[in-house]
Structures are given as C-alpha cells and as structure tokens.
Design a protein around this ligand. Structure first.
Ligand SMILES: Cc1cc2nc3c(=O)[nH]c(=O)nc-3n(C[C@H](O)[C@H](O)[C@H](O)COP(=O)(O)OP(=O)(O)OC[C@H]3O[C@@H](n4cnc5c(N)ncnc54)[C@H](O)[C@@H]3O)c2cc1C
Length: 862
C-alpha cells in the first residue's frame, strides 16, 4: 500500500542508492515513510549522469549493495566497471524487487524545511506545493548531485548545442560531423572525451587543471576477484566494511622511499597495470602523507603521460604539477591520453591561454577565438554540501543550516548537526563519503540512522541531536587528520575550492572507513555519546568527545594494538630492556645537531655513568642542560631519548648532556636520585671543558628522568650546589599515589599503564621509602626557592595529575612556572620526534623555556 498521507514518521529526500536503501530499512522497521525525488525515477547519480563513457570507477563487484543477500546472487555485473545504463538497470531492478516506488514521490523537489520545536516535527516544502510533515528528516541528496554553475563569462550567449555531463539528455547526443568543445578535465571529462572524439569532426578540450588518470583496463571481472567474492560473499563484504576505503585490500606496509628505485618503479608499474583507483595511493603507505614519496609517484605518472602522448608540448600540459597524486580525485580512463594523438583533437591549456568569454558561436581565449557547434560542460559539482544547503533548512531558534555552515560545514560524524534535531545526512561532510567506495559508506550510514530511530522508539524518545562539544571536537578531529596528509595542499573539490566563494575546508573525513565505523559504533555503545536524547520521560545529555586523542597518536595506538605488542611488565627486566633497544632502532632519528660526543662521568658511588653530549651547530660556548632519560628507573640509557635530545638541542641552541644513572632493580632507590645530583655537579664543574657557559646549567628530563631532574633541583638547593637556573619536566613522576583520577582514567590503553607504573615503582623503591621527597618530590616540605620550571603534562597519561599537582605546588611556593597541559597527547607521544607531529608545539615550547632560563646567551640552532 502506498503512503499517500502528508504526515509521516520519516521523510527521505533523494532516491539514489542511499534513499532507496533507507526506505527499505524504514519500511522494515515499520516507520511510515515518504521519499521525495526531483527526478522521474530512481538511481540518483546514475539517473542524471548519462554522458558517453559514464561508468563507475570502483569495481562493480565492490560498488554494489550488500544488504540483500539474494540480490548478490541474482545480479551479475557484465564488466569490471559497469557503464551507467547497467548501473541504472541495477537500481531499477532493486526498486522493482522491493516495490520501492510506491513510497517515492517523483518529480518533486524539496525546496525548504523547518523544525517546529513545539510539535517536535519537521515540515518539508516541495515545489509541487505539497507539504509533508515528519518526525525524522533524512537527506539522501547525494555528494555529487548539485552541478556547479559554470563561472565563465558569456555562458548564456552561446546559440549552439549546450550539454552538461551531469544532466545529460536521456535519448543521447550524436556529435557526428560536429565541432565540439569540452570544458573541464575531471572524471566525467576523462571518461567522455575519448568517446566524443570518436564521433566529432573536431574536438577541443579546455583544461584548467590536469588530473592523474590510469587505464581502467575494463573487461571481464577477474576470476580471482569473483572467486574471492563468490566463495564467501558475507566475509568479503565484512572485509570491505572494515577496510580503509570500503574495498578489501592488502595494506601497504612500506614507505615509497624504503625500497630501491627499481623496486619502486616495478610496484608503480603493477599498479598501472591493475587499473584500480584505490590502488594508486595504496602502493606505499606514505604517498598521501610524505611529499617526497608522493613526488616519486608523480614522476611515474609524468613519465607515463610523456610516453603515451606524441606531442611533447601537449604531454607537458597534461602532466599535473600543481597537486600531489591522490590529493584530487584521480581518474580511471579508457584511451584518454591516447585521444590527444588524434589529428582532430586539440588541447587548450587555460593556464597559458585563459578563456575570456563564451560567445554566440564559440569560445574566445586570450590568444584565439574558437567556433563550435556544441559545448559540453564537464565542470563538476558543488560537492558534499551543495545539495544539502540547496534546500533552505531552518532548525531550532530560526537558525538556517546555510548560516551555521557559513565558514564551512560543521557536523557530528557527518551524520547530524547541532541545532537541527532529527535531521540526518547520508554521507554528509565529516564522514568518509567521497574518499571511499560510496556504497559501503551509504550502507553504514543508512544502518546507523535506522538503528538510531529504532533506539529512540524503543526508549520512548522523540528527538536526537548532537551536542556542540561533540560536534566541535569531531570537526577538529577531522581537520587534524587532514592536516597530517597532503590533502589540504590541493585546490580540490574535496576542499570546496572549485566553487567560487565556498569556504575552503577539507570536507570528507580522512581517517578511513574502518576507523570511522569504529567511532560511530562506539558512540552507540557508549549510550549515544555526544548526543542529547529527548522525550516525554525527560532529556538525557550524554555529552562527550568520541575521539579525544590527537589523530596521529590515535593511529599509532591503533597500529600498536594491531601488532599485539606484549605489555612491558609481562617481560623480564632483561627482555624489556632488549625490547626498548629494538623499538628505539626503528624510530625517526630526529634533527641533525652540530656534534655528538659520548663520554663518562662519575656517579654518586664513583662508578662511571655514560653520557651523550649534543652540541648545537651554532658557535659556542653554549649553556648546558643536564638531561635525564625516561624508563621508570629500570629501562633506558644515556642515548635512549636521542631524537628528543637532538630536537631540544637544535631548537633551544643549548648543549644537552643526556646522562645515564644507575638502574633498578640492580641499584634501587636512592641510587638514581643520587646519581642525578652527582652528574649535575660534575657537569657544572666541567662546563668549560664541555664547551659550555659556566654557571648556566638547567636540568630536564622525561617521566622517571623528570623525577630525577626535579629531585636534583631540590637536592641542589639543599646542598647549595650546583646552581640550577631552570628545570624542564616532561610528564614527571612526582608522587607515589596511584589514586588520582588520571591513574584511574588512563589506567590502561595508552602505553604507560597503571600496571607498568606499579612494576617500575616495585623495582625502584620499597613502599616505606616512596614518600621520601627524593622519590616523590611533590612531598618536599618546602618548594620555595627552586629554579623556574616548565612542566608539561599530557591528557592521557596516568602521571598527568601528579605533574599538574607539582606545577600547582611550585607556583604556590612562589616558583615561576610555565605549565603546559597537552590535550590529546599521551605519556610517550611528545617524545616521538618526526613520528608524531601534533605534539611538536610542546617540544618547541620546551626549547623556548630553556632559552628563557638562559636569557640572551642562547639562540636557536634551527
Ligand atoms: C559520474 C559519477 C561517477 C561516480 N562513480 C562512483 C564510483 O565509481 N564509486 C563510488 O563510490 N561513487 C561514485 N560516484 C559517487 C556517487 O554519487 C555515489 O556512489 C552514489 O551514487 C550516491 O548515491 P546517493 O543516493 O547518496 O546520491 P545520488 O545518487 O546523488 O542521489 C541523490 C538524489 O537526490 C535527489 N535530490 C537532491 N536534492 C534534492 C531535493 N532538494 N529534492 C528532491 N530530490 C533531491 C537527486 O535528484 C538525486 O536523485 C560517482 C558520481 C558521479 C557523478
């Protein structure tokens, strides 16, 4: 029975693959539902984009629904990449099979919608004059469905035939004997140009920015791929859902610069032969993050283009130089570059010869007038946000979505926006969307939304809406992820850069389909974290942040979790030390410094302590920092924090002397503390010999090393020597109390755990001695008169609160303190120089603090 009423539970806008599946799920769940669609039939993208050569560029076996197990058996694709008519037939087949059309109102465009906070319902206004009211309003309006209006002067003047690839005539176009212009060289142009060239008498392509394209090598689907799919379709689909981009693929383990040039080229060649879009950035694991790696891929493309295109000038014009590979959507083609070898095909490079105006008879460029019978605009879309703000949506308190998004879209999970209760977006900005196989992302959103609606109904709730905190932090998380990649460096439609006046922010979520799905699932598992749910029984605000860790820290923890690294406290001391040495061998080395000198100095008991001196490249003498490494008094050596010491040396312009100290359990408390003081005294006495400035000594350390640095400063005050001008304490151990909230909140999961700290303390110090200020400097009776301190603490560190407490106690005692609390960082993340970049600012501030201690006598070596 069709839904003729104008008051329904759910309105879905759009009858593409997203709207069709959402309708199915809503029906299954028993919600009365109406779909409103501008077109006169289903299919969305595949209804509108009928240009010659239109086909998917994700393998059809992957770019198909997974929610109907029977459909997977009933439907067989004829090619690797099905053409538009076949994909539209597929949509038609699904619509028939599930009798979807009876709830779809075609030829109906939604023009505006407003939320009524009194009735808790949306009113949807359409261009037919029929309004529909609903509790839940779902935008399945597509990411690439709002054609971009060409921003070329004179567009209306042309009297010949005008076509847009995005709204191609249903009965096709015959270009035989015609002079044709194609404006644009994105995916649609790359697909259509060879076929238009095959018909036209003359074809002129106007190119603003060349794109990277590889041959699609279309044809039968490989037996291997089909076998993988057919042998266990559900396992295949599940692998896609938990993959980086929605297609099951082996992840590259190596960076492009880690293999020989021969090996690198062989792998690029294999990618070129395989003809898969996601293969392009998947050859190595760093081409989207490392410019130097990407350059090797870019050169490979340039060489390919030069080897195919005969005219060297045309080849150069087709070589993309202004963006890195993968930072704009790359293309799959069939004979695209070869087409430029045909005598009747011409390329106009608009960077050299810009269009001045479209005329009645053709196109004038700065250098030449052209006459045409037909112009094809392949000028792309107002991507991701165009169709959503194309509807005038007014939420609570009269705020419009367009206004809310004036500086760029703001969403929680790319699914909802605060101030707009019960409004959902499928594959909206802030979700993986266009960076993925959209079919997988569509299904995930449809399922999430359907489950949410069922949850509300089950719990007698009427509305769901994200909190501002959750939304703001999600946007920040996505931006941070993007900033770790080369993506924002391109003027791409991912950035909104193709539409004049559109705010330039990275629109999709770049953290990957798998990571994104995990976040969405976790939101639900944690009782709809970051949402306010409201109903007759009351309002529940479950405010919070779903991904509070810095993006690169999160990735690092994910990788470590996958590697199944054993907990250190489960190892013997010897094995733990070996493990630390092995881990240190594979980390980035840190910046160059002027000189590194190894030596020994006497410890408190007269035995030799090894040290490593890092000297800046600037002319000396330099002030000196005595540095103590981390490792819980049990692990580590004088060179254990090498990258951090290099970084501090290079950035501060001070000599860093990283001194070892006797370790537990062989030498228990107070051996390490005593060695700290002995080392500082020796360094002060030998400052000149070391190339340092006498009387200019600071102490620094990380973790247990920061404990030793703090204790050294206290002991030096008590015994009167050496004079210490400042202390830099990174994640210091300052107390033996494990009951502070940071120990509870961060007990597990962030590398330094409660169990590991217990292991360290047990090796180092008898319980009876732990309250001694030489073990727990926070417990010292008098903190006044200590040197100025910079104290750095990290949000996800069990030691956070005792570090914060030490900063507060020093301040209370009149000691100048610069206290830096690092959001989203862990105990180990700030020391990961060149590996984790989001903490770089903290290292810079530590170096600046060191410079501050020494005043004018020090300048940065960077
Ligand atoms: C040429 C082309 C090729 C593509 N190839 C691939 C591919 O290979 N792989 C891939 O993953 N993705 C591809 N995409 C992306 C593609 O858009 C998605 O894969 C998918 O089809 C989107 O489905 P959808 O239902 O979300 O949106 P759409 O298919 O865009 O459907 C949205 C529907 O909403 C309707 N609508 C919009 N606004 C309104 C309104 N105000 N009122 C009423 N109706 C409205 C539109 O008419 C449209 O029918 C391609 C896109 C294009 C343009």
């Amino acid at each position: 029975m069709s839904n003729n009423t104008n008051d329904v539970d759910v309105v879905i806008v759009g009858a593409g693959f997203a709207g069709m599946y959402e309708l199915y799920r809503m029906r299954q769940a028993g919600f009365s539902t109406v779909v409103l669609e501008t077109a006169d039939d289903v299919g969305g993208t595949w209804y509108w984009n009928r240009y010659p050569g239109a086909r998917c560029d994700i393998l059809s076996v992957d770019y198909s629904y997974s929610w109907d197990p029977e459909l997977q058996k009933e439907w067989t694709w004829s090619e690797r990449y099905a053409a538009q008519p076949e994909i539209l037939r597929y949509a038609d087949f699904v619509a028939d099979k599930h009798d979807l059309r009876r709830d779809i109102r075609f030829d109906t465009r939604v023009v505006s919608a407003e939320w009524d906070d009194g009735t808790k319902r949306w009113t949807i206004h359409t261009d037919t004059g029929d309004d529909v009211t609903c509790r839940f309003y779902i935008m399945a309006t597509g990411c690439l469905s709002m054609p971009k209006v060409p921003d070329i002067e004179g567009t209306d003047l042309f009297t010949g035939e005008v076509y847009f690839t995005s709204t191609w005539p249903h009965d096709g176009v015959d270009f035989t004997g015609k002079r044709v212009a194609v404006i644009g060289t994105g995916s649609s142009a790359v697909q259509s140009i060879p076929l238009i060239a095959a018909e036209a008498e003359q074809l002129t392509v106007f190119q603003r920015t060349p794109n990277f394209s590889i041959p699609a090598r279309n044809g039968p689907i490989s037996d291997e791929r089909m076998a993988a799919f057919r042998s266990d379709p559900e396992a295949y689909r599940e692998a896609a859902r938990h993959s980086g981009a929605g297609v099951p693929r082996e992840l590259a383990q190596e960076g492009a610069l880690m293999v020989s040039e021969k090996e690198r080229l062989a792998r690029y060649e294999a990618m070129w032969e395989a003809g898969e879009l996601l293969g392009i950035s998947g050859v190595f694991n760093d081409t989207l993050t490392n410019a130097e790696s990407n350059e090797t891929l870019r050169q490979f493309f340039h060489d390919k283009i030069r080897s195919i295109v005969n005219d060297p000038a045309v080849a150069e014009a087709l070589c993309p130089t202004n963006h890195y590979v993968g930072t704009k959507r790359a293309c799959l083609d069939t004979n695209y570059y070869e087409t430029y070898n045909l005598p009747h095909v011409q390329l106009v490079d608009l960077r050299q010869d810009p269009i001045t105006t479209i005329t009645e008879t053709g196109i004038d460029t700065a250098g030449e007038p052209f006459e045409f019978d037909a112009i094809v605009f392949a000028t792309g879309f107002d991507a991701m946000t165009g169709a959503i703000v194309g509807v005038d949506i007014t939420g609570r308190d009269g705020v419009t979505l367009e206004d809310k998004w004036a500086a760029g879209p703001v969403t929680y999970l790319g699914l909802m926006a605060s101030g707009f209760p019960n409004l959902f977006m499928i594959t909206g900005p802030g979700s993986p969307s266009v960076l993925s196989n959209m079919m997988v992302s569509i299904e995930q959103h449809v399922d999430w939304i359907a489950d949410a609606l069922e949850h509300l109904r089950t719990h007698d709730l009427e509305t769901i809406e994200p909190t501002e905190l959750a939304e703001t932090e999600w946007v920040a998380h996505g931006n941070e992820f993007a900033s770790l990649t080369l993506m924002p460096t391109a003027n791409s439609w991912y950035m909104g850069a193709n539409v004049p006046g559109k705010p330039q922010v990275f629109l999709p979520y770049p953290g990957g389909v798998d990571r994104y799905r995990a976040a969405c699932d976790e939101v639900v598992d944690r009782g709809y974290l970051g949402f306010a749910l409201d109903g007759p029984s009351g309002r529940v605000v479950n405010d919070g942040i779903i991904r509070p860790l810095a993006a690169d820290v999160q990735v690092m923890l994910d990788v470590m979790a996958e590697m199944g690294v054993p907990p250190i406290e489960s190892l013997s001391v010897e094995d733990a030390r070996m493990f630390m040495t092995m881990s240190a061998a594979v980390r980035p080395p840190g910046p160059d410094v002027g000189e590194i000198v190894d030596g020994t100095l006497p410890g408190a008991d007269g035995s030799d302590l090894e040290y490593r001196l890092y000297r800046p490249a600037t002319p000396g003498p330099h002030p000196i920092v005595a540095y103590f490494h981390g490792g819980g008094w049990v692990l580590g050596r004088h060179d254990a924090d090498d990258p951090l010491c290099r970084d501090l040396c290079a950035q501060s312009g001070a000599i860093i002397v990283s001194v070892d100290y006797r370790h537990a359990p062989e030498a228990r408390f107070p051996a390490a503390a005593d060695d700290g003081l002995a080392a500082a005294q020796w360094i002060a006495e030998h400052a000149e010999d070391l190339g340092g400035v006498p009387g200019q000594l600071a102490v620094a350390g990380w973790s247990a090393g920061a404990n030793i640095a703090a204790v050294t400063a206290q002991q030096a005050k008590l015994v009167g020597t050496p004079a210490i001008v400042g202390q830099v304490l990174l994640n210091p151990v300052t107390d033996c109390d494990f009951t502070r909230p940071s120990y509870v909140d961060n007990a597990d999961g962030y590398i330094l755990t409660l169990a590991l700290m217990t292991w360290f303390w047990d090796h180092y110090c008898d319980p009876a001695d732990r309250t001694d200020p030489k073990a727990s400097p926070l417990r010292a009776d008098d903190l006044s008169g200590l040197p100025p301190a910079m104290i750095v603490t990290c949000e996800f560190d069990p030691l956070r609160d005792e570090g914060d407490a030490y900063a507060a106690a020093l301040e209370a005692a009149g000691v100048p303190v610069h206290h830096l609390q690092c959001k989203g960082q862990t105990h180990t993340s700030l020391g990961a120089v060149d590996a984790l970049v989001t903490g770089a600012y903290a290292r810079t501030e530590m170096a600046e603090a060191i410079q501050g201690f020494f005043g004018a006598s020090v300048t940065s070596g960077v």
